[in-house]
Structure formats: structure tokens, C-alpha cells
Ligand binder design. Structure first.
Ligand code: ZN
Ligand code: ZN
Length: 168
């Protein structure tokens, strides 16, 4: 593939969403918790609420929120807190889907709902989107997980997305 063609491809692809595709491995477990928490709050969330619910001291919370904002996941709303950008919302929806698919999988192998959620919460940040999509596909895209409904936007177009996600 020539460089020009490659750039054209990236341009077309980014033009669709205005931000690059993600692997699901971009964020640390702590940042995953922040984005999931903010998505579930629906709307603007106060920094103090995040630090008390996630049991993190306020200065660490502010630092983490600044990093997430700098990376394009969040907007700061002066005097009100933070909310998710379009990219942050899509990413957080993936994070919820990943948690629910993996939790559902664990309950198929002997764990209770509570056990599955707790186990998955410890490692979910290290499972790629590619793997989650393949697992979701092999499970037949279940609509209901053990801890909530499961949405399926990207995983239903697995054949296309797999080619795009494989860059090695
Ligand atoms: Zn859960
Ligand atoms: Zn699916």
C-alpha cells in the first residue's frame, strides 16, 4: 500500500467518526472505573462526587480527570464538573459492554453474579476490544447480561472491524 493510499484510507475512516479507532487497551484500570462511573451518572458529574464514590483523594481525582480530558474523553464544565465527549461516551459504552460480556461468560462457568462482576472488575482493563467482539460474537450477541443490558454496535460488524483493528 502506498503512503498516499494509506493516508486516504485513514482520512476516510476518521472522517466517519472524527477520531481514531481504539483497541480497548488505552486506559488503566483506574481510568476505566472513572469513565464507567461518569457514563452511568448520565450528564455532568462533580469532581467531589467522583472522588468520594471511587474513594480517591480529590487531588488525584483532579489529576486523573485532567489526563482524561487531555486525551479527549472528557470536557471540563466550569463550576459543574465533567462530562463525556462523543469519543468518551463511545469508549465508555464499550467499557460497559466489555464488563457485561466477560461477567456473563464467567457466570456460564460456575461463578455467581457477584463473584463474576468482582473477578472481571480486576482484569477487564486488559482484555482487548477485538477479543471482546469475538467473545460477544461467539455468544450470539446476548442482549441481557448479569448486571445490565448489553449493547452491540461495533461487534455486529465483526468482519469489517477485525480487518481494521489488526495492524500487525
Ligand atoms: Zn457487573
Ligand atoms: Zn455483540
Amino acid at each position: 500500500m502506498t503512503n498516499n493510499k494509506y493516508q486516504f484510507f485513514i482520512f476516510l475512516y476518521m472522517n466517519e467518526q472524527n477520531y481514531p479507532e481504539f483497541t480497548g487497551l488505552e486506559l488503566s484500570p483506574r481510568k476505566v472505573d472513572y469513565l464507567k462511573f461518569i457514563l452511568e451518572k448520565k450528564g455532568t458529574v462533580k469532581t467531589t462526587e467522583i472522588s468520594s464514590c471511587l474513594q480517591v483523594d480529590p487531588s488525584t481525582t483532579t489529576k486523573t480527570l485532567n489526563e482524561l480530558a487531555a486525551a479527549g474523553y472528557l470536557n471540563h464544565i466550569p463550576y459543574r464538573g465533567v462530562d463525556l465527549t462523543e469519543m468518551g461516551k463511545e469508549y465508555a459504552e464499550f467499557l460497559i459492554r466489555r464488563h457485561r460480556i466477560l461477567s456473563l461468560l464467567f457466570t456460564h462457568y460456575g461463578l455467581s453474579t457477584e463473584e463474576a462482576c468482582a473477578e472481571v472488575s480486576r482484569f477487564e482493563a486488559f482484555v482487548s476490544r477485538d477479543a471482546v467482539n469475538k467473545i460477544c460474537n461467539s455468544m450470539g450477541h446476548p442482549m441481557v447480561g448479569v448486571c445490565g443490558e448489553i449493547s452491540h454496535e461495533k461487534c455486529l460488524h465483526l468482519d469489517q472491524s477485525l480487518h481494521l483493528e489488526h495492524n500487525h
